[in-house]
Design a protein around this ligand. Structure first.
Ligand code: FES
Ligand SMILES: [Fe+2]
Length: 412
């Protein structure tokens, strides 16, 4: 990859081509349980290099405000919550969640308040997350209708982690199946996974084959990618496929199933959402055991919200003293993932990589994103999934009688 393409792919602040592309999609910015109640204090959120406030009026209607008052730029996190709107402390301008200016007490011209519009954006709750749309109002796409959004609340488990790396690095790790059998070769996660497997799958050991065949197939708004491995089941050689799914612009469905959404805070920080879901109630304790980072790796910011603490200074929390029994010295599959993509540095230099055949899905995602951002610069809107299409998204895994039949796993 050329150095300039790497810059193009990873820079997401206001006015950048990639930032403009990301702003065309609904994106999660908080867990639903973090959203303030009616007329409670607004919450500050940084996303795509800009600061916003989430607030709910006394009626319960949600709004996403730019953080700084449109008048003279004081942070509205100081504002008074007055039920029908937020009142800026400095000169008392008051704004409702739809951007109407309700009052301008220091202005003589009564028409000005009627004409003015405060910068606010649509915000909606769905599937345990708060979603916002930051793009042009006339280009707003369908609200997603991912499978977990229609399930009862106890059928999914959502969590959020803040990472000190560019969003593309986490995304790439989700699309890179060949690392599973190596980086995670003895982490507890896969022991658990096997325990949970259906009787048919119980004897499948996915990490026996570290050279999977990677195949991909586009869909409206992304692509499915599979890693197919040789496995042994009852002493018979079989083919076992794991199907991942890239959903523009930063989502991946991974077999579990789980949807990961890697939302840029800015160029060098990411908030990553995970939603584990199932047709039956999910065991929240079990999810916590798998996905919650232990205290030495993370700061707890709120229930189900953590900030990863691995840095070069603490060698990403690796413990070399346990490496006789742990391949990675990290003792936790999530810690393993985070350590490898944080240890690339905040924005990895992709012009210096030596990619191999195992990186097909990663390369496809990169070119899909770059092509879509370039097209948008030329005035061509990105392909947007309809609600109906988003309802068919997911991942899959299982045995296949023929490698070419892997897409059938998605309809199970
Ligand atoms: S800065 Fe907010 S009302 Fe003047
Ligand atoms: Fe991983």
């Amino acid at each position: 990859m050329r150095k300039e393409d790497n810059e193009y792919l990873t820079r997401v602040g206001p006015g950048t081509a990639m930032g403009n592309l990301l702003r065309r999609f609904w994106m999660p910015i908080l867990l639903e349980l973090e959203v303030p109640g009616p007329n409670e204090a607004p919450i500050r959120v940084r996303v795509l290099g800009e600061n916003f406030l989430v607030w709910r009026d006394a009626q319960g209607d949600l709004g996403l405000f730019e953080e700084h008052c449109m008048h003279r730029r004081v942070s509205l996190s100081l504002a008074r919550c007055e039920g029908d709107g937020l009142r800026c402390l400095f000169h008392g301008w008051k704004f409702d969640v739809r951007g109407n200016v309700l009052d301008m007490p220091n202005i003589r011209d009564p028409n000005l308040a009627q004409k003015a519009r405060a910068p606010v954006y649509p915000a909606r709750v769905g599937g345990g997350l708060l979603w916002v749309y930051l793009g042009p109002a006339d280009k707003q796409p369908d609200f997603p209708d991912y499978p977990f959004m229609r399930l009862p609340a106890d059928h999914s488990y959502a969590f959020r982690q803040t990472w000190n790396v560019n969003f593309v690095q986490g995304l790439e790790s989700n699309l890179d199946s060949s690392h599973i059998g190596i980086l995670h070769n003895n982490s507890a996660f896969f022991g658990e996974r096997k325990e949970r497997a259906t009787p048919e799958m119980r004897d499948v050991v996915v990490w026996d084959d570290d050279r999977p065949t990677i195949l991909a197939k586009d869909h409206p708004g992304g692509f499915f990618a599979t890693a197919i491995r040789n496995v042994e089941l009852n002493n018979e050689p079989r083919r076992y496929a794991r199907v991942h799914n890239f959903v523009m612009p930063f989502g991946t469905f991974v077999p579990f199933p789980i949807l990961a959404q890697h939302v840029p805070i800015d160029d060098e920080n990411t908030m990553s959402f995970g939603i584990v879901y199932d047709r039956k109630p999910v065991d929240a304790e079990w999810c916590r055991g798998i996905f919650e980072l232990p205290p030495y790796l993370a700061e707890n910011l709120a229930p189900r919200v953590q900030r990863y603490l691995g840095t070069a200074d603490n060698n990403w929390c690796q413990d070399r003293s346990v490496m006789d029994r742990s391949f990675s010295g990290l003792l936790n599959p999530i810690a393993e993932d985070m350590a490898v993509f944080a240890a690339m540095g905040p924005i990895t230099d992709r012009s210096k990589e030596a990619p191999g055949g195992s990186d097909i899905a990663v390369s496809r995602m990169r070119s899909m994103m770059i092509d879509a951002a370039r097209a948008l610069e030329r005035g061509e809107e990105p392909v947007q999934m309809t609600s109906r299409e988003s309802a068919t998204m997911g991942s899959g895994e299982g045995l296949v009688s023929d490698d070419d039949l892997w897409p059938e796993l998605l309809s199970r």
